[in-house]
Design a protein around this ligand. Structure first.
Ligand code: HEM
Length: 426
């Protein structure tokens, strides 16, 4: 058997984490070309790590061999969110998923749909009002925040603006801790981002616990009555669900959607009239611009990926950006071609990993799908839009969440759906 291409490097000095964080996409592209392989190794987080950039490798890691590659219980996520389903393994993870999934499917999901419709309308109805170009990422992040705080905590921006604002600020501080160094350093008049984040987390927990004790309605009410492993589990999970992570991921996808269809009135009209075309557009948006760069596991025993040996205790990282551009599966991988999903790649949605894959895939996928369709349909039914100014630097950054490094600005003009609008295809 051939060894994994690349080099596991020496401890500390051979570590590539900083290089990877600076530009993960070029980092992987250069190594794919150098090793002529979409699976290779290098040292990440000071651990020899297999990088998985092929569809076949990703499926092996997340599906066929998911029982051999485990979540890292010492992940930074545990530091910030406590014990949640995200970093647990084995039976505990299965039971948690079983309980939590019930909140994101069937009747529970159905009962969210009126709120999803109303929040999209409230946050998107004024995009053309100022007559100025909109910074779309910020507008969509606000929409995502209204969605999660309304759905998961029953806190509506229009009913409790001060509390809403306070939670939004705390979530931002908490988030900045996740992406700053985990140094809990506090001196008078100065505190590191991480320690500010821990303070923010404590304040959020007080609000969350109060809600769990006193609110019997909606998601928070259902979560409070679920069978969960211990008394802190419900609050830890609520902290995760309302965190800035989800609004940012939603804003990332909505931003990429508006950019992909900006100035393309024909595609917008087609998406408005044909829900299946809108579905293929959204698949192509998540293929090319997945919000998260990927996910990480640790090998629990000696095994293989794509025929290469992966020893026990190796890390394994799947890179969604590279998996989604694997030319073995996606022809013309860098081109935006929604029609591939009704042609050559029809029925191959399981080759994507924007929402993970296999038994540990995202439990919020259906909710996200309902929300994105509602928000995108609102946009295409009510607006024409184009980049303003027409020429902008749209180069993406991929961490912590994918989006153009320079926030793009877009001008929206309200549509009234007359016949002349429908036939005009500028
Ligand atoms: C655009 C929106 C979202 C994206 C792109 C996204 C992406 C992902 C990805 C990539 C994973 C797998 C991580 C891994 O393999 O290590 C994941 C897992 C997860 N997601 Fe999401 N997610 C989104 C929305 C949501 C929502 C709305 C919720 C719930 C409120 C949610 C809850 C979770 C949970 C609990 C897991 C962990 C599942 C497990 O480990 O068993 N996500 N998500």
């Amino acid at each position: 058997m051939y060894k994994l291409p690349g080099n596991a490097g020496v401890s500390v000095f051979g570590d590539n984490s900083l290089k990877f964080y600076r530009d993960p996409v070029s980092f992987c592209q250069q190594r794919i070309e150098k090793h002529r392989s979409r699976v290779f190794q290098c040292r990440m987080l000071n651990r020899p790590t297999a990088f998985i950039c092929s569809v076949q490798g990703m499926r092996e890691l997340l599906c066929e061999k998911s029982n051999l590659f485990l979540k890292d219980p010492n992940d930074l996520m545990t530091n910030m969110y406590g014990d949640t389903v995200v970093t647990t393994n084995g039976e505990e993870a299965c039971l948690l998923r079983l309980s939590l999934t019930s909140l994101f499917t069937g009747g529970c999901l159905g009962s969210s749909s009126d709120y999803i419709t109303s929040v999209c309308e409230r946050c998107l109805k004024d995009l053309s009002l100022s007559g100025q170009p909109e910074c779309v990422y910020s507008a969509f992040k606000r929409l995502g925040t209204e969605l999660v705080l309304g759905l998961f905590l029953n806190i509506r921006a229009e009913e409790q603006p001060d509390l809403f604002q306070e939670i939004m600020q705390l979530c931002t501080q908490h988030w900045h801790g996740l992406i700053s160094a985990p140094v809990n350093l506090k001196v008078p008049l100065w505190s590191s981002g991480f320690s500010t984040a821990l303070d923010a987390r404590d304040k959020l927990m007080v609000i969350i616990k109060d809600k769990l004790e006193n609110d019997t309605q909606g998601f928070v009410g259902s979560l409070g009555s679920l069978p969960l492993p211990d008394s802190t589990s419900a609050s830890q999970h609520l902290l995760l669900f309302i965190s800035a992570l989800i609004p940012k991921a939603l804003a990332s996808l909505l931003t990429s959607f508006t950019l992909a269809l900006s100035g393309n009135k024909q595609a917008r009209l087609r998406a408005m009239e044909d829900p299946d075309y809108l579905r293929t557009v959204l698949l192509e948006v998540q293929r090319l611009w997945p919000p998260f760069i990927g996910g990480r596991r640790i090998a629990d025993q000696d095994t293989t990926i794509a025929g290469f040996p992966v020893p026990k205790d190796y890390g394994a990282i799947y890179i969604s950006h590279s998996v989604h551009r694997d030319p073995e599966v996606f022809q013309q991988p860098d081109n935006f071609l929604p029609e591939r999903w009704s042609g050559r790649n029809a029925g191959q949605e399981h080759f994507l990993c924007s929402f993970g894959n296999g038994p540990r895939s995202c439990i919020g996928t259906k909710l996200t799908d309902v929300f994105l369709k509602e928000a995108c349909m609102y946009l295409i039914k009510h607006y024409n839009w184009c980049l303003d100014p027409p020429s902008q630097d749209l180069e993406y950054k991929w961490l912590p969440v994918s989006r153009p490094a320079n926030p793009p600005t877009i001008s929206f003009t309200r549509l009234d759906l007359t016949r002349s609008d429908r036939s005009d295809t500028n």
